[in-house]
Design a protein around this ligand. Structure first.
Ligand code: RBF
Ligand code: MG
Length: 317
């Protein structure tokens, strides 16, 4: 996939374009990408995803609490996995936000990106003051010679699939639902940092502690996970705990994984933790010995989950 960071004139004459934030690159987004790929093939052109960095809300509303599902680099990588030809990553600035909807269509979609067909979600808004919508796009399409297709919301199990729905599922710890919406296992990445060392010394379950780079972290608790260790090009099974370790009255939130049958020191290395299922809430055990038995049960439970899990969840590496 060609990634264009900025706004350039494309060589391809015929493009089928979709525009959006695509946070999470969920199943609804994937359906749109399948659609632009098919249409591009039909006209012998290229499929183009136009998206933004940073997320417009982060620029326009500095204090907005929005937390993103995917980092921009993950988003690009996941769009690439979908088989899209070109991603145009537009730097979203206050200046860019001042562009009138009509100018965006003419200068960018038509003159630079050579749009022949533009696909947007039913509620997509663009341009200064969000004045651009599907009707304006259709009107301008008649002027500049491109077609417009508006796609309806995509539903899974009776629920409208949206980035918001994915965010909520993750925050509620509803991993199965989040994964169903995403069409893959949700993951977080981070460098392994020094923990307190209690995992190996007191409990006999060493953990790799990470500082996640993602903004959305699943609800505190214990999870069955898969852990990709990029420098070893391998993925392992394990259990993760997100929480404040009430048994030890810790103040800070920690993110840690115990990897099955793994002995190497990962300090300073980056790892990826894929969430498969939530096992339980974190709790205050009456002693480290009780906690140790609790973790042993979590591991048993996770192994049961892995052996039963026939869903073959897609992991994105
Ligand atoms: N700490 C707690 O205080 N309560 C828990 O319920 C708890 N559950 C855990 C489950 C797993 C699978 C793992 C790996 C750790 C858990 N911990 C829990 C964290 C534990 O206190 C921590 O690994 C050690 O203190 C070392 O940092
Ligand atoms: Mg540790």
């Amino acid at each position: 996939m060609q990634v264009i960071r900025g706004i350039e004139k494309l060589e391809t004459e015929n493009t089928v374009i979709t525009i959006g934030n695509f946070d999470g690159v969920h199943m609804g987004h994937q359906k749109i990408f399948d659609y632009i790929k098919r249409k591009a093939r039909q006209i012998g052109g290229k499929s183009v995803v136009v998206t933004f960095h940073p997320h417009p809300i982060k620029v326009l509303f500095k204090d907005h609490p929005l937390k993103l599902i995917t980092t921009t680099e993950d988003k690009i990588r996941l769009i690439e996995t979908c088989g899209v030809d070109i991603t145009v990553l537009i730097p979203f600035t206050n200046e860019f936000a001042q562009m009138e909807a009509e100018d965006f269509v003419r200068d960018i979609l038509v003159e630079r990106l050579n749009a022949k067909l533009v696909i947007v979600g039913y509620d997509y808004r663009f341009g200064k003051g969000r004045k651009g919508d599907r009707d304006l796009l259709k009107k301008l399409g008649l002027v500049y010679g491109f077609k417009v297709k508006v796609l309806n919301a995509y539903k899974r199990k009776g629920k409208i699939l949206s980035s918001t729905a994915v965010r909520n599922a993750l925050i509620e710890g509803n991993i199965r639902e989040a994964n169903l919406f995403l069409g893959r296992a949700y993951h977080i990445d981070g460098e392994v940092i020094k923990g307190l060392g209690r995992g190996s010394s007191i409990l006999g379950y060493p953990t790799a502690n990470i500082l996640p780079i993602q903004e959305i972290i699943p609800k505190e608790g214990v999870y069955a996970v898969k852990v990709t260790v990029p420098h070893l090009s391998k993925t392992y099974r394990g259990v993760a705990n997100i929480g404040k370790n009430p048994t030890f009255n810790n103040k800070n939130l920690s993110y840690e994984v115990h990897i099955f049958d793994f002995k190497e020191n990962l300090l300073g290395k980056s790892i990826r933790v894929h969430f498969i299922t939530r096992i339980r809430d974190e709790k205050k055990f009456s002693s480290p010995e009780e906690l140790k038995q609790g973790i042993a049960r979590d591991i048993e439970e996770a192994k049961k989950i892995f052996s039963k899990d026939k869903t073959k969840l897609f992991l994105s590496y």
